[in-house]
Every structure is written in structure tokens, then in C-alpha cells.
Ligand binder design. Structure first.
Ligand code: CDP
Ligand code: MG
Length: 152
């Protein structure tokens, strides 16, 4: 079982897409274990996107991600990190395959609607950046036996 951080970015919130996107992750069988609407500060943006701070486009990314509320959430599921990244599609909405979230709803390299952690180390680091341990709500949904076999 894996956990991963997602952010419904400010474009998703402003475009009134939170419900549709949450439904999409729930329909896939992923389990929400934490969720909050919050504002990303410039300081948090620099920590989150530390690997990109030196890029020429970082200032516009920071302006975008701090420009409105985000919905931060932790998702749990088998291979959740890869499953979510595959659901998002390629970084640019122009390159992302139809059927993916970015491929279906984004025409931008920057305004690509949803962030997902890209590996186990990133997931652990990013979950700790956005959530206190006490905010993670451990639970096993009663529907689990109808989502996958017991030995999966
Ligand atoms: O989010 P993902 O891991 O797919 O992409 P990334 O290459 O790690 O970039 C992080 C985020 O920066 C992207 O999701 C875009 O929102 C933004 N970005 C940008 O504004 N301009 C670029 N040329 C590339 C990425
Ligand atoms: Mg990335």
C-alpha cells in the first residue's frame, strides 16, 4: 500500500473542477486519507518545487501556485504513486494523452490542474510538507473487498 500527495492546483479550483477530480480518484478506487483547502505560500512553494527553483520559469510557477487556493490531499492505494501519475498524464496538457486528466482538461504546460508526487521519497517529503501526522485519517473503507481481491 502506498500514499501519495496530490494538489488540485489553483486553476482546478477556479475552474470549479474539484468535485469532478475528486470523483475521478474515488472512482479509480483510491482512498482519501487527508484533504484540505489551503493557500500555498511563496515559502512552501520554494520547498515543494525546490528542484525547479533555478529554472527560468520558476517565478511564473510560484505566482501560479500561490495565486489562489489549492486542494491538498493524501491518496492511498496499491501502487498509488504510479497510478496517480498515470491518471495525470504528461506534464503539458498539450502532450498528455486523451483520457488522462491533463489530456482531457488542460491546454497548458503550467496550468495542468493536478500535482502528484513522482516517487516514494517525494511522496513522503511532500506529505510531510502539507500535513501533520495527526491530520492523516487512517481507515479502511468497507467497499475494499469489492475493489480488489484479498491477495492483491
Ligand atoms: O508536475 P510534473 O512532475 O509533471 O512536472 P515538472 O516538470 O516536475 O514541473 C512541475 C510543475 O511546474 C508542472 O506541473 C507545471 O505546473 C510547472 N511547469 C512550468 O510552469 N513550466 C514548465 N516549462 C514546466 C513545468
Ligand atoms: Mg515533477
Amino acid at each position: 500500500m502506498q500514499r501519495t500527495l496530490i494538489l488540485l492546483k489553483p486553476d482546478a479550483v477556479q475552474r470549479r473542477m474539484m468535485g469532478r477530480l475528486v470523483t475521478r480518484f474515488e472512482d479509480k478506487g483510491l482512498n482519501f486519507v487527508a484533504m484540505k483547502l489551503m493557500r500555498v505560500t511563496p515559502e512552501l512553494a520554494k520547498q515543494h518545487y525546490a528542484e525547479h527553483i533555478e529554472k527560468g520559469w520558476y517565478p511564473t510557477l510560484e505566482a501560479f501556485i500561490t495565486g489562489g487556493p489549492v486542494l491538498a490531499a493524501v491518496l492511498e492505494g496499491l501502487e498509488a504513486i504510479t497510478v496517480v501519475r498515470d491518471m495525470l498524464g504528461a506534464t503539458s496538457g498539450l502532450a498528455a494523452a486523451p483520457g488522462t486528466i491533463r489530456g482531457d482538461y488542460s491546454s497548458s504546460r503550467q496550468m495542468n490542474l493536478v500535482h502528484g508526487s513522482d516517487g516514494p521519497e517525494a511522496a513522503e517529503r511532500e506529505i510531510a510538507l502539507y500535513f501533520q501526522a495527526s491530520e492523516l485519517c487512517d481507515h479502511t473503507p468497507t467497499i475494499v473487498p469489492w475493489l480488489r481481491a484479498a491477495d492483491e
